[in-house]
Design a protein around this ligand. Structure first.
Ligand code: SF4
Length: 432
C-alpha cells in the first residue's frame, strides 16, 4: 500500500512530476540542501534534550531552552513519534496531552514563520492533529505549536493555534480525498515520471528543482496549459451550490472536465470559507475585508474566488466589477460579470495579473515566456552559482512589446520580473 506524507502532498501540488520522480522513479533523489542538514542536526539535539534530559543545546536551539524545558516536563511526552493511519504517514516532533509541537528552523522566523491563522489550516499539522484526536476520542480541542529557531541569528518564536475536532476532521478528510482522487492512480513505478505533466513555474521554487538537469518541464504527455485552457478552466460550471453545513461529497468529473484543482486550492477554498463563516462577520464591510484577507493570505487568484463564491452557499457573490463581496442575504452564486476594461490590447502590452480576460482575447502566459527562456539558457541553471541561474533566466525573459500576457503571481520567478514587466506594459489589470 502506498503511503503519503504532508511533504509528499505539498510536492505533488507544486509539481506532480517532481513528486513522482522523488517517490516512484529509479532516478537518484537529488541531495538535500544545507538547510535540511542543519534542520536535522537541530532536531537531533532537541530530541536528546527532551528524551535523555541532556542539559546542552546547540546555539540554534538554545533560545528555545525555556520552552523545551517546559515541554520535557509535560505528562506522557512523545518525541519523534511515527504515525501511520489511512495511508498517511508522518513523524510528530512532540506530543503531550493535547499539544502538538513541530520544531522549525528558519533563516528568519519573523519573515517566514506561519501566522496563527495559517497554522490552523496547515496540512502537516492537520495530519498530526487528526492522529491526536483519534488517539484521544474524548478530546474536543488541540493546541498546535510551531516552535521556530532562527538560523541566521539567534532567535526563537512560538506560534500557537487552537483547533477543534470538527475542523481538523473536515480538513483531514479533504486531504484524504485529494490523495485518493489525484495521487493514488499515479502511485506506481510502472508510470514513466516524464509522462506526467511537469510544472515549469515550479522549477525555480525553493532554490531550484534538483531534477532540472534531466527534466524538460515543457515535455511530456501534457504540456503547460494554453491561455484558452486557462480561460476554459475558469468557466468550469459552478451551478451547484453546496450549503456550508452539507457533508462534503465528490462530484464525478464531467466528460472532458479540466483536471481537479491542486490540493492547496481545494483545501484553501474550503478552509477560507469555513474561516469566513465561523467568524460570523457582523457587517458587510467586515465580511468583505475578511474574504480579501483570507484570499491574500492564501495567495488566491481570481479563479479561486469563483470557487469561493460557489462554495459559500450564497454568502459571497461577484459585484459588477467582478470583485467578491459579501451578500447580507445569501443568494445563489452567479458567474463573474464581464470585466469593465477591454480584454484585448490595441497596441502595447496588456498584463492580466491573477485574472484572465473574460472574453475575446488570446495571448500567452508568463510561464510560456519562462519556458522559452529556460530552454534558451546556455548552461544547466543548476550548474550556475547558487541563485545566479534563476537571476539570469529572469533577466532573459523579455516582455513583449504588445499583446496579452496572463500572469499568475504564484510563479516563483514573477517577483523578480514584475517591476520590469509592469513598467513595459501599457495596461495592467489585476485580480484579487
Ligand atoms: S524541473 Fe520543473 S517540471 Fe521538472 S520535475 Fe522539477 S519542478 Fe517539475
Amino acid at each position: 500500500m502506498a503511503h503519503y506524507s504532508a511533504s509528499q502532498i505539498k510536492t505533488f501540488s507544486l509539481c506532480a512530476r517532481k513528486w513522482h520522480l522523488d517517490k516512484w522513479s529509479s532516478v537518484p533523489t537529488p541531495p538535500a540542501g544545507a538547510g535540511a542538514e542543519l534542520g536535522r542536526a537541530v532536531h537531533a539535539d532537541i530530541e536528546s534534550f527532551l528524551l535523555q534530559k541532556t542539559s546542552s543545546l546547540n546555539d540554534i536551539a538554545e533560545p528555545g531552552r525555556e520552552f523545551l524545558t517546559w515541554l520535557r516536563d509535560r505528562p506522557s511526552l512523545l518525541v519523534e513519534h511515527n504515525i501511520n493511519s489511512d495511508g498517511v504517514v508522518g513523524v510528530i516532533d512532540a506530543y503531550s496531552d493535547g499539544v502538538v509541537v513541530d520544531h522549525k528552523t528558519s533563516s528568519d522566523p519573523e519573515k517566514w514563520g506561519l501566522t496563527s491563522t495559517q497554522l490552523e489550516s496547515d496540512l502537516q499539522m492537520t495530519i498530526y492533529a487528526a492522529w491526536a484526536f483519534r488517539k484521544e476520542p474524548d478530546r474536543q480541542e488541540i493546541t498546535l505549536v510551531h516552535a521556530y529557531y532562527g538560523t541566521k541569528r539567534q532567535s526563537f518564536k512560538l506560534v500557537k493555534a487552537k483547533v477543534s475536532r470538527e475542523r481538523i476532521e473536515r480538513q483531514y478528510q479533504s486531504a484524504l480525498a485529494f490523495v485518493k482522487k489525484n495521487m493514488a492512480h499515479l502511485s506506481t513505478s510502472e508510470i514513466n515520471s516524464f509522462e506526467i505533466a511537469g510544472d515549469a513555474s515550479a522549477c525555480g521554487a525553493y532554490g531550484g528543482c534538483g531534477y532540472l538537469n534531466i527534466c524538460n518541464p515543457n515535455q511530456g504527455a501534457q504540456t503547460m496549459p494554453t491561455l484558452e485552457e486557462l480561460i476554459a478552466k475558469r468557466k468550469t460550471p459552478t451551478a451547484e451550490v453546496v450549503a456550508p453545513e452539507a457533508p462534503s461529497r465528490e462530484t464525478p468529473p464531467a466528460p472532458d472536465a479540466p483536471e481537479s484543482p491542486p490540493l492547496e486550492m481545494a483545501l484553501d477554498m474550503q478552509l477560507a470559507v469555513d474561516q469566513i463563516l465561523t467568524q460570523r462577520p457582523s457587517t458587510t464591510r467586515m465580511a468583505t475585508q475578511i474574504a480579501k484577507t483570507a484570499m491574500k493570505a492564501r495567495r488566491w487568484t481570481k479563479n479561486r474566488s469563483q470557487e469561493l463564491v460557489a462554495a459559500s452557499g450564497g454568502r459571497f457573490r461577484f459585484d459588477d466589477l467582478g470583485s467578491v463581496i459579501y451578500a447580507d442575504s445569501p443568494v445563489p452564486a452567479a458567474p463573474p460579470a464581464p470585466a469593465k476594461t477591454s480584454s484585448t490590447s490595441a497596441g502595447g502590452l496588456t498584463l492580466y495579473i491573477n485574472c484572465v480576460p473574460v472574453k475575446g482575447a488570446t495571448g500567452s502566459t508568463f510561464g510560456d515566456y519562462l519556458v522559452d527562456a529556460i530552454k534558451a539558457y546556455p548552461i544547466n541553471p543548476q550548474l550556475a552559482d547558487y541563485g545566479k541561474g534563476i537571476a539570469d533566466i529572469v533577466a532573459a525573459v523579455e516582455p513583449p512589446q504588445s499583446g496579452v500576457v496572463l500572469v499568475d503571481t504564484l510563479n516563483p520567478y514573477w517577483a523578480r520580473a514584475s517591476q520590469r514587466w509592469i513598467a513595459a506594459a501599457g495596461l495592467v489589470i489585476r485580480g484579487l
